[in-house]
Design a protein around this ligand. Structure first.
Ligand code: SF4
Length: 190
């Protein structure tokens, strides 16, 4: 059986994955619901350290809250209330996204909730001024994160539904983790 020191080392050595809180079962969605994913909670949690995030809670929107969506107007992306698109939430959410990003600088990867206006990776609906779905893409947090950290391993829960998706993501995360530790070690030696 591993002694306490060994267990601490194992814990310390695990890669760190920032993850949308709702995927861990936290009731932080606009309607007070969660979207727990059992493979993440039961299996992946044993091999990684999780860093739960929720950009919309960070923005102080609370639970329950009016749902938001992405809107594109003359090439400019904004965040508006679904029930009243004249109500903008862009600035508040943008500031929260930057604050969340600053808190995950030491993470080795990111697992996000698909289709969310904040956390979506590639399939978040984008609406035009008339309220019609006109495109799809990443949510606001993901856009800010990827612009700041190109090459950072990012996936949504749908990408982890297949074994190939899980293996591919974990290889990226462990590689990123090794590189981060090597760079830290090299910096310490200089
Ligand atoms: S902002 Fe992200 S973490 Fe928070 S409830 Fe929405 S999808 Fe989940």
């Amino acid at each position: 059986m591993a002694d306490e020191t060994e267990l601490q080392l194992q814990h310390k050595d695990k890669p760190i994955i920032a993850i949308s809180s709702c995927l861990l079962g936290e009731p932080v969605r606009y309607d007070g619901q969660a979207r727990p994913v059992s493979w993440i909670i039961d299996v992946l949690s044993q091999h990684c350290e999780f860093l739960p995030i929720c950009p919309e809670m960070e923005a102080g929107f609370g639970v329950p809250r009016p749902p938001i969506r992405l809107q594109q107007k003359r090439g400019v992306l904004s965040v508006v209330l679904v029930g009243d698109p004249s109500e903008e939430r862009t600035e508040k959410l943008e500031a929260a996204c930057k604050s969340v990003l600053a808190g995950i600088q030491h993470a080795d990867g990111l697992i996000l909730k698909a289709r969310s206006p904040s956390c979506g990776v590639k399939d978040t609906p984008v609406f035009d001024e008339a309220g019609a779905e006109s495109a799809s893409g990443a949510g606001l947090f993901t856009r800010i994160c990827l612009a700041a950290r190109p090459g950072f391993p990012v996936i949504d829960e749908q990408g982890l539904a297949s074994e190939a998706g899980r293996v591919g993501f974990l290889i990226q995360v462990f590689r990123y983790c090794c590189r981060r530790r090597y760079n830290k070690g090299a910096a310490g030696l200089s």
